[in-house]
Ligand binder design. Structure first.
Ligand SMILES: NC(=O)C1=CN([C@@H]2O[C@H](COP(=O)(O)OP(=O)(O)OC[C@H]3O[C@@H](n4cnc5c(N)ncnc54)[C@H](OP(=O)(O)O)[C@@H]3O)[C@@H](O)[C@H]2O)C=CC1
Ligand SMILES: O=C(O)C1=N[C@H](C(=O)O)C[C@H](O)C1
Length: 240
């Protein structure tokens, strides 16, 4: 396949290596300082764009590709307030858009365990749930996209919770799930969900040892998305 990399930073580089090792051809490596290269590409020759850039660049990158009917696999976090507009554009252009806050198989298993545990805890009033995420110091957004996905599932399952909040924000209420974001190098991504009572703690965690799982997942999705239409997610891709 011919793959366009929109964003060629830490993730873009690993994705490029994995894609080439699987026989794919990288037709462009776009960063903030070479966006003019986009005008030299023939959209009809691009099978898929893989977008891992930055929160303030994602919408422009994704729209560029969707407007040209190029299917997009995106992992950029921190821009999701604009996802409904991308969803509409995807349907209008009859192409495909795939988003995941985390492409690793391990985290997607963790997502399922998190939802199951939250379901068990919904009537356990003596436990207070909190979350912690740890990432490298270059990360631009907080909390992480993965932490937000975990929090949304917990809030969905536990009716007494209304929303999540960063722990650094001043006030705290019983209705809020507090998320602590720590930035420590070189952490590729750790997420901990903790239920604490006076009697005991229940804790589940996922720790990425490198970025390989995220990058491989994005390439596998890019191979899978060819000839598909619509707004897709890991629930469409995974067979478990
Ligand atoms: N969903 C998932 O599984 C995962 C998601 N992520 C997310 O992916 C994103 C990228 O992460 P990471 O690679 O570590 O970040 P990096 O900062 O290493 O890379 C981001 C790249 O995007 C480029 N960029 C900035 N603005 C633009 C623009 N307007 N057009 C094109 N490219 C641009 C930057 O270019 P320049 O260097 O020139 O500024 C940089 O090279 C983050 O949002 C992160 O949270 C990360 C890992 C896994
Ligand atoms: O920025 C990162 O590095 C990561 N970002 C994603 C997120 O915000 O959840 C996924 C992973 O945790 C690494």
């Amino acid at each position: 396949m011919n793959i366009l990399l929109l964003g060629y930073g830490k993730m873009g580089k690993i994705i490029g290596e994995i894609a080439e090792s699987r026989g794919h051809h990288i037709v462009g490596k776009i960063n903030i300082d070479n966006r003019e290269d986009l005008s030299m590409l023939d959209p009809d020759t691009i099978d898929v764009a893989i977008e891992f850039s930055q929160p303030d660049a994602a919408f422009e990158n994704i729209s560029w590709a969707i407007n040209r009917k190029i299917p997009v696999v995106s992992g950029t976090t921190g821009w999701l307030e604009k996802k409904p507009a991308i969803a509409s554009l995807t349907l209008e252009k009859e192409t495909a858009f795939f988003y995941a806050s985390n492409f690793s198989v391990g985290v997607n298993i963790f997502f399922r365990v998190n939802r199951f545990l939250a379901g068990l805890m919904k009537d356990q009033k003596d436990y207070k749930v909190t979350m912690e995420e740890i990432h490298h110091t270059e990360k631009k957004d907080a909390p992480s996209g993965t932490a937000i996905t975990l929090a949304e599932a917990i809030i969905d399952e536990i009716p007494s919770l209304r929303n999540w909040k960063l722990a650094e924000d001043a006030s705290e209420s019983e209705k809020e799930l507090m998320i602590t974001s720590k930035r420590i190098d070189p952490a590729p991504g750790t997420h901990i969900v903790r239920y604490r009572s006076e009697i005991d703690d229940i804790e589940i965690s996922h720790t990425a040892h490198s970025r390989k799982g995220f990058a491989l997942g994005a390439v596998l999705v890019a191979e899978w998305i060819k000839n598909k239409n619509g707004v897709l997610s890991m629930d469409d891709f995974l067979s478990f």
